[in-house]
Design a binder for this molecule. Structure first.
Ligand SMILES: [Zn+2]
Length: 312
């Protein structure tokens, strides 16, 4: 064995067999994921009443010993019923974040920045008395600004008001699947929901692998993931299956507040349009990778062909 082949065989054995003969692959840190749920739209509930959906999601999180983050649209708790639905989240120890009062797209050309800022503060006035409220702000549709001026003025505003960006790492289109599911159940209350469940699992797993691989490519490591899901019927029925799916792939569930301690969430990439997944945004700032990115990073449109094919 010459020096080169000897070195190569050493490198190979180091790569395939770790300390104590444990295969290195088994020691690779498992990706960690947290559940971050948006909107808290509870009106117009189908199949499950608002209270039943709320309870189903809370029960699932409790059964998995997970503390999630709930990014609430202020308008949805500007009533006694809304506040009563939010109270058990607070009591169960989930983190509550700000998702504006009226859920407007910040990138819209009609945006008046001062009005948008008032909309954030209006949500805060409704949320601040819940003890589990934390100053994390999530942009509706993950749109953080389409010009440098809009992006930077809002970053300064949020900092001055003590907010951190409640970024998503694993973006997806659960809402589009929920729209199809809800439409089907409105037409036929006895429709089979399993195909929607199966596609939901397939879709989120595909997006999770994509964003985890992108994080490793951009940062050289995995991150503590924040999976975006919505407070909808799909999750009222299948959030437990989603968590079980991640676990079955070797991913470890963690609390959302723990996930947000990852330094990736303090990054402020100077890219345009700003927003989307923080992983996408960091990748957008790398010239060699930026070309391969689509915009928007996620959209129901991308899933239409597959959903049509599956008859959803
Ligand atoms: Zn939203």
């Amino acid at each position: 064995m010459n020096r080169r082949t000897f070195t190569k065989s050493l490198a190979l054995s180091a790569a395939t067999v770790g300390l104590g003969g444990v295969p290195a692959i088994a020691r690779k840190p498992a990706p960690q994921f947290s559940i971050t749920m948006d909107d808290f739209h509870w009106h117009n509930a189908v199949k499950l009443t608002p209270t039943e959906r709320n309870q189903a999601i809370l029960d699932t999180l409790h059964a998995n010993s997970i503390k999630a983050a709930l990014f609430v649209i202020g308008r949805n708790i500007d009533s006694d019923e809304g506040k009563q639905l939010l109270a058990p989240w607070d009591k169960a120890g989930h983190m509550i974040g700000n998702h504006t009062y009226s859920h407007r797209n910040y990138n819209a050309s009609a945006t008046v920045i001062e009005e948008y800022q008032q909309d954030i503060l209006r949500a805060e006035s409704l949320l601040k008395d819940f003890p589990r409220f934390r100053k994390y702000f999530r942009f509706p549709l993950l749109k953080e600004g389409d010009t440098a001026a809009k992006r930077d003025v809002m970053r300064t505003f949020l900092e001055r008001n003590g907010y951190r960006n409640g970024h998503v790492t694993i973006d997806n289109s659960d809402w589009a699947i929920d729209q199809r599911l809800t439409a089907r159940l409105k037409k036929d209350a006895a429709a089979d929901v399993k195909p929607y469940r199966d596609f939901y699992m397939e879709h989120v797993w595909m997006r999770a692998q994509y964003y985890d691989a992108l994080a490793r490519r951009v940062l050289g490591r995995t991150v503590k993931h924040t999976v975006l899901v919505h407070f909808n019927l799909l999750n009222g029925l299948f959030l437990g299956d989603l968590i079980a799916m991640f676990k079955s792939k070797g991913w470890q569930p963690i609390d959302a507040e723990e996930a947000f301690r990852d330094p990736v969430f303090t990054a402020k990439p100077k890219v345009l349009p700003a927003g989307e997944s923080i992983v996408w945004s960091l990748a957008k700032g790398k010239r060699a990778i930026a070309k391969s990115l689509r915009y928007p990073a996620e959209d129901g449109e991308y899933e239409m062909a597959r959903m049509n094919k599956l008859g959803l």
